[in-house]
Design a protein around this ligand. Structure first.
Ligand code: ZN
Length: 310
């Protein structure tokens, strides 16, 4: 079901400039650096009930979990650089394009197609027809089986100088002040969900984990491999399917915030009550695209601000 209006919840992980803690500036420098000599006395300490970041708090990274109904599409921006992870199904392409334009995106630096299912790559055709892409499309080697996937692959082929790449686990890319880490690359997997590229985006000590649609088996493999899963924000795996979000995996991620991306009244029964229960047990604050629309997390080094509907 398409949405005609979009609610946006904004969560600021806003900055408190702690006296003397200039070391914390090393990875994620504020957009408007303050004078170090004045910082200790002029730094703004947001009050606990301050709902949104003020102009004095620089936003280093923005993670938008876009409401695309039953599917995934996540935009990460830092210092004007952009990473698009999935683009929803074919009917969501226009919404994804519109959202990117609203955010001022003119060309996309990185695109990750986590796996070949239609609810992740269907909207990519419109995205690729609208925006130039700087780098090869990051995707697992396993191709999708649908006509929608064929259309996506054809759209990539039409992009001059752009192809597919499947990076090794441990590969990282720089995105403005942020770093994109490849946690899993689907190597050897035979099922599209299982083959999902898993990535973690880190900025200023804060991180977001985007696990595509991996099931429990792959989650447990990552835990066993000591993959760097610990993250402040988690996009729940596979739209809250009961076959994902295992307790052991969630313990390793230990999120403060969780977003479930799914469509109202979907035929899969997502999110499953069992998965919701496990996600609630983490103690994280839960959001979802049905109740909250597009959910936007603002990252800066410091405190986490309460959400506020736009
Ligand atoms: Zn999916």
């Amino acid at each position: 079901m398409k949405k005609s209006s979009r609610n946006i919840i904004t969560i600021g992980i806003a900055s408190i400039l702690i006296v003397g803690s200039l070391f914390t500036l090393s990875q994620c420098a504020p957009l408007q650096p303050s004078n170090p000599a004045q910082a200790p006395t002029q730094a703004t300490q947001p009050s606990i009930d301050s709902p949104t970041p003020t102009h004095t708090e620089a936003i280093d990274m923005e993670v938008s979990v876009i409401d695309v109904g039953q599917g995934d599409s996540i935009l990460v921006m830092s210092e004007g650089r952009s990473l698009l992870v999935d683009a929803g199904d074919r009917s969501s392409g226009d919404e994804v394009v519109a959202y990117l334009r609203e955010q001022g995106v003119e060309s996309i630096d990185y695109i990750v197609a986590t796996h070949g299912d239609a609810d992740h790559i269907g909207g990519m055709v419109e995205v690729l027809e609208t925006f130039d892409v700087t780098h090869d499309i990051i995707a697992p080697e396993l191709a999708g089986t649908t006509a929608t996937y064929q259309n996506f692959a054809a759209a990539v082929e039409r992009e001059p100088g752009v192809g597919f790449t499947t990076p090794s686990v441990g590969t990282s890319y720089s995105l403005g002040d942020a770093t994109i880490q490849i946690i899993a690359n689907g190597e050897g997997e035979k099922d599209t969900n299982d083959s999902s590229i898993v990535l973690r985006v880190v900025c200023g000590g804060k991180s977001a984990l985007l696990p595509g649609d991996i099931p429990e088996r792959v989650e447990l493999q990552l835990v066993a491999a000591n993959a760097p899963l610990d993250s402040d924000l988690l996009k729940a795996g596979h739209h809250g399917s009961k076959y994902s979000s295992s307790t052991i995996f969630l313990d390793a991620v230990s999120p403060d915030y969780v977003v479930i991306s799914y469509g109202a009244n979907n035929r899969y029964g997502h999110p499953a009550p069992e998965a919701l229960e496990r996600l609630r047990e983490t103690g994280a604050t839960l959001y979802d695209t049905v109740d909250d629309g597009t959910v936007v997390f603002l990252f800066s080094d410091g405190v986490i601000m309460p959400p506020k509907a736009a």
